[in-house]
Every structure is written in structure tokens, then in C-alpha cells.
Design a protein around this ligand. Structure first.
Ligand code: BDR
Ligand code: CA
Length: 334
């Protein structure tokens, strides 16, 4: 039997907009022996940057992990420059009031103690650039918020590509959309950044909504997590229950289930077989500012040719395997 402890760990950097599902992704990565998390960078997205950074620190401290957190870009690259194209990233998130109570899928502040540590002084983008260039071993990037930080790095110095093993992003949707008419939240929050990643020539695995929505979890799965009895599993169960409840209360979904999007990208870095129906396709992202703003476009048969860039879209996930992977990691002793 192979001993994973003796195997080389995959060097990864998480880029997050924490966020209820980001929290589960961070904990799973930090509890995975197969991954060496070099650092966590934060970005605008689910919430303004100050909240996503604070929430990330809370999650890291819950696990007692010694991993640096770097605050990144508070705004999309250019998306907010055109009046009316989107809300400003600083704007308070829209909240729904149900029976006098504020309900949000991503609460501004996660229900965890305030962090005692602060983010690092250095900006996430300069740290990413410096760390990537200094690394002899290519690093895997896992962006699960707006793609702004990673796109900025690729723009600052394209030679950094040589130091990236793969980008595994959670973003986009081919047949499933959750933000605008044809868009998924992470791509919609910075369409130009998503487009830069897609056209970069770096191996890009897109864990899109089609895949994450094929692995919904309900209260039964939350019970399985809670039964593990660790802080991480317990908090993951809390996040899952919160997401189900918030989506049901706001009327976003009727079924008592939720997708934990971001953790699927982390698990794909550990074991790609958790992704099913992965297709090598020609992709692009709409930046037109119209109804399809931020849309992930894809065609296997564009000009009847094979896809030229290494862009791979995962259309489905193995939900049982994903849950098993989460349980085995989140259940590790505190
Ligand atoms: C993605 O958008 C964010 O709300 C979630 O954290 C996830 O990364 C899903 O569309
Ligand atoms: Ca996210």
C-alpha cells in the first residue's frame, strides 16, 4: 500500500473570497496531507475584501494552522469602470430580510471568534509573483473567488507561467448559471480577469457550476460530517446547513440541498478523478457588458478544429467521492 506521507506533497496556493463554501475549501486543503498550502490570498467577491480577509483569518485560526494570509485586490480589473455595468465591489452585499431577520448565503462575518493574527503586510499579487518566480517546483493555483489576483500576476509578468503547474479554478457555468442571465458569480465578478486566465496558455481546469451542482449535499450529509466530531467537520456541517437554510428562506432554491462549490476545486487538486466528464474545449469569456457579461463560452468544434489551449472543463463531479474526501480530511484529529 502506498504511504501518502512519504509522497511529495503538491504545492498549492488558494485564492479565496471567504465566503461560506470557501471556508470548507480552506479547511479541507489545510487538513490534506497531499497538499502543501504555501499561503492563502484573498480577493473581493462574495463580500468586500475586508470581510473576505477577516473571514479567511478566522477559518485559519479555527484550525490552528500556520499558513500566511495575504490580502489582494479589492476591485475587479476594469469591470466597475463602466457606469451601470456592475455594482461597486465596496458596496455592502444585498441582504434579504425574512420575517424581520437578515438572511445571506455568505454572512459578512463568519460565526467564529475574531482573529488574533493579521494578514501579511505584502500585497497578495506581489507575494504571488515573488513566490511563483522563486519556486523551482511549479505551483498549483486554486482560485475560487473573482480571478482578479491571478490575472494581475499574469499581466505583470507573463514569464510567471513557467512556474505554474496548473490553475484549477471554480468559476463559470456552461448550462448552469447563478448570477446573471448567463453567468456564474466568480466569472461575473471580474469577467476580464477570467478571460485572461482562459487565454493564458496555462493549463486551466475549470470546475464550473455544471460540476458543482451535480454534487449537492443535504442535512444527511451534514450529519455525516458532524458525526466526525472535529472542529473542522463541525464547522463544515454548520456552513452546509446555513447554505441550505439561507437558500430555502430566500427562495433561491426549494430543495433542502446545497452545492459546496469551492471544495470541489481543492479536491480536484488532490485527486482529479473526483471530476467526471472533463472535456478539452475551446473556451472564452464574454466581456461585452451586455446580458452575457461574464459568460463562459465553450465549443469543442470552433472552426472545426481541436482546442488549441489547455483549457479543460469539468461537467460533473463524483459526489460520493467528494464527500468521502471531505470526511477523511475534515475528520482528522484537531
Ligand atoms: C462561487 O461563487 C461564490 O459565491 C462561491 O464562493 C463560489 O466560489 C459559486 O458560483
Ligand atoms: Ca468562493
Amino acid at each position: 500500500m502506498k504511504d501518502v506521507h512519504m509522497e511529495k506533497r503538491r504545492k498549492v496556493i488558494l485564492d479565496v473570497d471567504t465566503g461560506s463554501d470557501d471556508a470548507v475549501a480552506i479547511m479541507t486543503a489545510l487538513r490534506s496531507r497531499e497538499l502543501e498550502v504555501l499561503g492563502i490570498t484573498t480577493v473581493h467577491g462574495n463580500l468586500p475584501l475586508a470581510y473576505t480577509t477577516d473571514n479567511t483569518l478566522r477559518v485559519v485560526e479555527l484550525l490552528g494552522a500556520d499558513v500566511p494570509v495575504y490580502a489582494g485586490c479589492p476591485y475587479p480589473l476594469v469591470h466597475d469602470l463602466l457606469p451601470g455595468r456592475r455594482r461597486n465591489a465596496d458596496e455592502e452585499p444585498k441582504e434579504t430580510v425574512v420575517d424581520g431577520k437578515v438572511v445571506a448565503v455568505h454572512e459578512k462575518t463568519l460565526p467564529l471568534p475574531p482573529p488574533t493574527r493579521r494578514p501579511q503586510e505584502e500585497h497578495a499579487v506581489s507575494w504571488l509573483l515573488r513566490t511563483l518566480k522563486a519556486s523551482e517546483e511549479p505551483i498549483t493555483l486554486i482560485p475560487v473567488g473573482a480571478m482578479t489576483n491571478i490575472a494581475a500576476v499574469l499581466r505583470m509578468d507573463p514569464s510567471v507561467k513557467e512556474h505554474i503547474d496548473e490553475i484549477i479554478c471554480m468559476g463559470g457555468g456552461v448550462h448552469v448559471h447563478n448570477r446573471a442571465f448567463r453567468s456564474e458569480t466568480n466569472f461575473y465578478n471580474d469577467p476580464e480577469a477570467a478571460k485572461i486566465l482562459v487565454n493564458s496558455g496555462v493549463k486551466l481546469t475549470i470546475v464550473c457550476l455544471d460540476a458543482t451542482h451535480s454534487a449537492w449535499f443535504g442535512y444527511e450529509e451534514a450529519d455525516r460530517l458532524r458525526a466526525l466530531g472535529t472542529r473542522a467537520a463541525d464547522f463544515a456541517a454548520d456552513m452546509l446547513c446555513h447554505r441550505i437554510c439561507a437558500a430555502n428562506l430566500t427562495g433561491a432554491r426549494r430543495e433542502p440541498k446545497s452545492a459546496l462549490h469551492d471544495v470541489l476545486a481543492v479536491c480536484a487538486a488532490i485527486d482529479p478523478s473526483v471530476l467526471l466528464d472533463v472535456r478539452h474545449e475551446t473556451c472564452d469569456v464574454d466581456i461585452g457588458g451586455g446580458v452575457a457579461d461574464g459568460m463562459l463560452m465553450t465549443s469543442m468544434r470552433w472552426r472545426y478544429s481541436e482546442a488549441k489551449l489547455p483549457t479543460y472543463i469539468a461537467y460533473r463531479a463524483d459526489g460520493e467521492k467528494l464527500l468521502a474526501m471531505m470526511c477523511s480530511r475534515l475528520g482528522r484529529a484537531d
